[in-house]
Design a protein around this ligand. Sequence first.
Ligand SMILES: [Zn+2]
Length: 190
Amino acid sequence: MALNARELVLFLNSSRGERGFERVERAVGQINRYAEIVRSVSYQTRALAGAAESHAREREAGQLQREINNFLDQTRVWVQFGPSGRWRWMARSVSQSRGPSRSFSTGASLVLDAVVEGYIRLIRRCPACRAWFAIRRPWQKFCLDECREKHFRKSSEGKARRARYMRGYRARLKRLAENLRLAAQKRKKR
Ligand SMILES: [Zn+2]
């Protein structure tokens, strides 16, 4: 894991519901979503994805791009090369502010560092427990195996419930059709 990925993950997971903090979290979520769209476009060809869907995605990507750039416009950071002979560009916060805007400037400099060094692509949010984490493998979706299992157990339980419901539904339809047929027969006999 990149050196500061851990710091960014810690920051994101320490939500205290502050406005500055939430702006940072939202921006990381938007960068994430943008990356997801880009991945889905490169995996499926446009023809396969269908024109309407790809238009919707393009619109969403455009909106995300504007919002991400708004966030970047509000950040005040400087970039440093180093430290000591290592090939590393490092983003640091310019703001010395205390108080409410402090979490924004801290978070923004961590995000900028992740952007400059490229590890922003590794930062994801677990769909099961909503915790932020850094992926260790490119296909990793959940923070822990536990979360992945929980997620699939839940979805397979859901599927089983739906299947049970559909079986009952089809049986009710069949009974209804049978009753209608019997009623029609009775009418004919009369
Ligand atoms: Zn999780």
